[in-house]
Ligand binder design. Structure first.
Ligand SMILES: [Zn+2]
Length: 335
């Protein structure tokens, strides 16, 4: 992990690196910016840079023992305070005070991150203020918050303020495309609605995935219709309108797997489909039939990757679902 792997905040990154270069890192800083723009990740990376055994060009090496400990969350001198329930409690600040009585175990600069500094109310806030008024050496306080106006003004005045920017759409789109394996045009559309927040973009992508699953399962349910003409219409409509048939079949595969697990009694029937549906389909199917259907879907996905005809491949899957799950025969009901 290096600065390049984090959500990009080039101005903040350069500013922090300059402080390190000049040896002017203050004892308390406040990272301000909306959720999902990389404040916590940058706080960690900054702590690494300050304590790295072998930094190069103002970047932590990412390989030495201190870097590794920060990465895996075991560094004894990186303290991370988060609200318990909705506030940061006075006891949490007292605990920090206790720790500050001793020098850092191994770090050049111990880092104390207060994640959600706007959740510091009067008592805890004032206790922290007392610490910041007379900070012991070799400690760095990083207060993370959405907006400095939300934090006790006395605390704000003790900190060097650093403003984070919304993330660029193009970076968010790339992140979504990689993480959710969605096409780039969809990723870009979601990124534009994310206001530059990776968290919001993730939520939108998850919502989109859930909506897609619902849409695919709606199509699948209609395969229960006894009319063969309906089947052809449904399949043609599906093949024509889908954005990514392979992804659709991934949803189908997941759904068949849920039914199979319910069939062999290993599933709590959670998921995008309602438990009743999964349960009743499981009761009506055989384990062998479901396994065969699962293989059919998987094989169809393979064929699509090899550029097989979309409509024919989908028809094959739809027939198999109809036969395997809805007990509809092949051609006998063509009307
Ligand atoms: Zn290192």
């Amino acid at each position: 992990m290096s600065f390049a792997d984090l959500p990009p905040q080039p101005r903040v990154q350069r500013f922090l690196q300059q402080l390190v270069r000049k040896g002017q890192v203050p004892h308390a800083m406040m990272f301000c910016g909306m959720g999902g723009v990389g404040k916590a990740q940058l706080a960690k990376e900054f702590s690494k840079l300050l304590n790295c055994a072998d930094p190069k060009d103002l970047e932590a090496c990412g390989r030495c023992a201190p870097c590794h400990k920060v990465d895996v969350g075991t560094h004894p001198d990186l303290l991370w305070i988060q609200p318990e329930t909705s506030i940061i409690k006075i006891d949490q600040i007292r605990e920090i005070k206790q720790r500050l009585r001793f020098r850092p175990h191994e770090a050049r600069r111990r880092t104390i991150v207060i994640d959600g500094a706007h959740n510091l109310k009067d008592e805890a806030g004032n206790a922290l203020l007392k610490i910041l008024e007379d900070p012991p050496p070799r400690n760095l306080f990083l207060l993370l918050t959405l907006e400095s106006q939300m934090v006790l003004p006395t605390l704000v005045s003790r900190c060097c303020r650093v403003q984070f920017q919304p993330l660029p759409d193009e970076w968010i789109a790339g992140y979504l495309a990689d993480t959710f394996e969605i096409p780039m045009d969809l990723a870009r559309a979601l990124a534009r609605r994310s206001d530059g927040s990776r968290d919001r973009a993730r939520a939108l992508a998850e919502e989109n995935q859930a909506a897609r699953q619902r849409e695919v399962l709606d199509r699948v349910r209609r395969l229960a219709s006894p009319s063969m003409m309906d089947l052809f219409d449904l399949t043609a409509d599906w093949a024509q309108k889908t954005r990514d048939l392979e992804q659709d079949l991934e949803c189908v595969k997941f759904w068949v797997r849920e039914i199979l697990l319910a069939r062999i009694g290993m599933n709590d029937a959670s998921g995008p489909d309602s438990p009743e549906d999964i349960g009743s389909l499981a009761r009506r199917s055989t384990r062998e039939g479901l396994l065969e259907l699962y293989d059919t879907v998987e094989l169809a996905m393979q064929h699509l990757r090899q550029n097989a005809n979309k409509l024919l491949t989908l028809e094959g899957v739809c027939f198999a679902i109809r036969r395997g799950l809805y007990g509809q025969g092949h051609w006998n009901s063509l009307s």
